[in-house]
Design a protein around this ligand. Structure first.
Ligand SMILES: [Zn+2]
Length: 458
């Protein structure tokens, strides 16, 4: 099905003549086709088909197939396309995304997750919001930009990893290969918020930092014995005391440029009590009242500092034996700028029991710092938003989850989550059931990319 671009109502509720109708139509078609491929880790993984779909769209738009590579890795694949700039001495601009999606069990969905459906202004399907629609918008915008005759000064590299949702092996490979990049625009991060009531664009945030993911295994061992002859010491009790100390502990709250700006600018969209706490915390990260308020709010506690929480526990080996071993997994989300080893040392101090052994068992994650608020990027993203959504506030944010930006920041390449897609909070079903995205995003999303790429690749 092809939706006539001219019939679209934009996100501001106004019907306006399409600025780039071919790109708008292509974006929706690519998104629909991409959703139909089951690009999920495991047997039957069709990630390579998504890569081929996007490659073919670029070749159809006049790009040389010699500049596009698809590299199989295990059961997946990643794609790298290079649009050669006029000045080879400049470092490339990298557009980063991913081709894979999280598993979806069709029986639990109202519609088949791997059949794209457009209904009531929404595109439904696994990957609609994370992130096949985003990828389709970017590909269509690049094809449009080339058709407009634009020639970038620096190379534009568009790369899509193939296992961002699972192992991130391809993500690490790509970031290593482009560790010389000028900067990265990660189209799987950032984004706008639609007002719940009116559906109008409320604000847009670009993501300039994310917390570092870490898993620490805590273990206590004990000689054990017969449960009819209890000992004073117990591996389970000893571990429990350590875990309760961690639960009661608060890492020193902290701020960086990105979170400070976020708290100041985003406060206006919150309830009065939270808003006051955000402003007070931005002014003074030692403000006790503000800390209490934000720490009690699950949507903000992760933004004011490192958090650690016990997520798994095991211990003992028989109902009638004293435990010889007890262990737990403590999952930490580390504030940008700290190394996992520093957090291990801090936890050890908090526990104060050298018999509790702490081991870093983190997989698929690396420590990373916040990206700087680079004036050229900030100007480009604000300028592009001003064209796509005039008057909508733009400010930075820090994510509590991890994305492919982590791998670039690990190589000290500034990386910014800057997807132009807006969503109502109540519509956010990424990784979940009945994932969907408003197709009102298409036309302004293309407009945004055209302006952003022109600004950053010049
Ligand atoms: Zn994603």
């Amino acid at each position: 099905m092809v939706v006539a671009a001219s019939s679209w109502i934009d996100a501001a509720g106004q019907s306006s003549p399409p600025l780039h109708p071919a790109a708008d139509v292509q974006a929706l078609e690519l998104a629909r086709q991409a959703i139909a491929f089951r690009s999920v880790k495991g047997s039957g993984n069709q990630t390579i088909k998504v890569a081929e779909l996007f490659r073919d769209a670029l070749v159809g738009g006049g790009f040389s197939s010699a500049d596009i590579s698809i590299t199989p890795v295990d059961d997946t694949a990643y794609m790298v396309a290079r649009w050669r700039g006029s000045d080879p001495s400049l470092k490339p601009l990298v557009i980063s995304g991913h081709l894979d999606v999280v598993e979806a069990k069709a029986a639990d969905w109202q519609r088949d997750p791997f059949t794209a459906v457009v209904e009531n202004g929404y595109l439904y399907g696994r990957g609609a919001s994370d992130m096949k629609f985003d990828a389709a918008l970017a590909i269509a915008a690049i094809v449009e930009l080339k058709a407009q005759g634009f020639v970038p000064r620096r190379d534009i590299v568009i790369e899509f990893s193939g296992d961002e949702e699972t192992d991130m092996k391809t993500s690490a490979i790509i970031a290593e290969r482009f560790s010389n990049a000028e900067l990265v625009v990660n189209i799987d991060g950032g984004g706008g918020t639609f007002d719940e009531q009116t559906g109008r664009p409320l604000y847009f945030t670009w993501q300039g930092a994310e917390k570092t993911y870490a898993d620490f295994e805590l273990t206590v061992t004990n000689p054990g014995g017969h449960s009819s002859q209890p000992r004073a010491d117990s591996a389970i009790n000893q571990l429990s005391r350590a875990l309760l100390k961690i639960a009661a502990y608060r890492f020193t709250p902290e701020l960086n440029d990105i979170s400070r700006t976020y708290f100041v600018k985003a406060a206006q969209y919150e309830k009065p009590e939270i808003a006051a706490a955000m402003k007070a915390f931005a002014a003074n990260p030692a403000d006790a009242k503000a800390i209490e308020t934000l720490a009690a709010d699950p949507s903000h506690v992760g933004q004011i500092g490192t958090t650690c929480v016990t997520t798994m526990i095991s211990g003992g080996h028989a109902q009638n034996a004293l435990p010889q071993r007890a262990s737990a997994n403590v999952n930490c989300r580390i504030f940008p700028g700290h190394k996992p080893a520093d957090i291990v040392a801090e936890l050890a101090r908090v526990i104060g029991d050298p018999e509790v052994h702490i081991k870093d068992v983190t997989e698929g994650s690396v420590a990373n710092d916040a990206s700087p608020m680079r004036p050229d990027f900030v100007a480009a993203v604000e300028g592009a938003m001003a064209v796509a959504y005039p008057g909508v506030p733009v400010f930075p944010s820090m994510a509590s989850g991890a994305s492919d930006s982590m791998w670039f920041r690990y190589h000290h390449v500034p990386s910014y989550g800057a997807s132009p897609v807006f969503i109502k909070s109540s519509d956010d079903f990424s990784h979940g059931l009945n994932e969907r995205i408003s197709i009102a995003n298409i036309s302004p999303g293309i407009t945004y990319y055209l302006a952003l790429l022109r600004a950053l690749a010049k």
